[in-house]
Design a protein around this ligand. Sequence first.
Ligand code: TRP
Length: 448
Amino acid sequence: MVTGGTDSGRGQWSSKMGFILAAAGSAIGLGNIWRFPYVTGQNGGAAFLVLYLACVAVLGVPVMIAELTIGRFSRRNPVGAFKMIRPGSPWKLIGYAGVATGICILSYYSVLAGYTTGYIVKTLIGNTTAYEAFTSNVWIVLPLFLVFIVFTVLVVQGGIKNGIERWAKILMPILLLLLVALIIRSVTLEGAGRGLSFYLKPDFSKVTGKTILAALGQAFFSLSLGMGAMLTYGSYLAKKDNIVTSGLYVAFFDTLIAVMAGLLIFPALFAMGMQPDQGTGLVFKVLPMIFASIPGGHLIGAAFFLLLSIAALTSTISLLEVATAYMVDEKHWLRKRAVWVMALICFALGLPSILSQGIVPWLEKLPLVGMSFLGLMDYIFGNVMLAIGALMISIFFGWLWKVKNAAAELREGCPGFGRIAPVLDIMLKFVCPALILVVLVFLFIDVA
Ligand code: TRP
């Protein structure tokens, strides 16, 4: 039997609350406020919401617990963790795939995060340039993208407690309050009712295999699962903390914010007579209209985009942290060097994404696939790769490491684990792998 890793020289969260906020900070980001509304809009609204909630509960929570446990037990990055639990086996490939997926997600995520930062100033000064005109101005979006990556680098360079945790603690609660206030405005707009019924009255006749994959991918993306981010965050978790309740809190807050983002966007969208299926630009088009309908809206709007930028930052931090932890633990690089090299790769990879938003026409609508480069990156890495990663993690946990071997780790900080062990066992052995596999198989049949 393998024993757990040691803490020597590794950072650690200062408290359970610190961990929950940092992990919730990773989970809550553009995934909730940018990605969730546009994917929901493209997939018919309420029926998608129901599927998404089901995916979070049935697949997200067990995979979250699995990742946190593997991380805390091994005290390693994703590659090191699989190497330690199954030495000499190909399972470490899940770790490599995770590191690569993280960098790829970070590359286009930072593009969107750059837009968000730009919208702070745009909203504040009352600039009314259309979204498309904004994204196609390379001299504006490129520096924003660069600045955002540099910010991420500076925080990650600071390490665990002083860098990541301190930020998340103050800012996440403010974002929540501002959301509540804006939702009240949105649902009281004239004509908001149709948006509420689009978002809350399910019509399952429109559900297809693609809808289910989108819901599943969105659940993993939003919870930061399937590429080792939660595994890495779990590796900094103290033994006295409760993995199960921590994981549940994170999943709950993340889902709450996504559901709230929908309540903010859809009523306003229908009130303004816009179409829900416009794709990646959706929230950047709808939000300014909400702010325009409020007295002093440019200040509130600027504050909102500022908080959203910070929420995005607490997410990009976790994406960069995975690759950094890998280079530091396995290749013995200095943290500083690891962070800058990874950021450079990410910048290079992000260039085609940024150019695909109205700057270089063929990147905007790629031959054969018919979507933009950014859209394709999001589809491959933000959807398919995370689903594959989550599939592998549940198989690894359920069948190889086994819940009974992980139980000792889980019981630390959670003495009552024995009672839920059989449920976790069934979920990770059968339910998660079977469901994810079926969805992926349908996807490949569909593509072929
Ligand atoms: N979950 C974040 C969001 O919703 C994005 C994110 C951060 C992420 N780390 C991740 C997505 C790891 C997938 C995997 O914005």
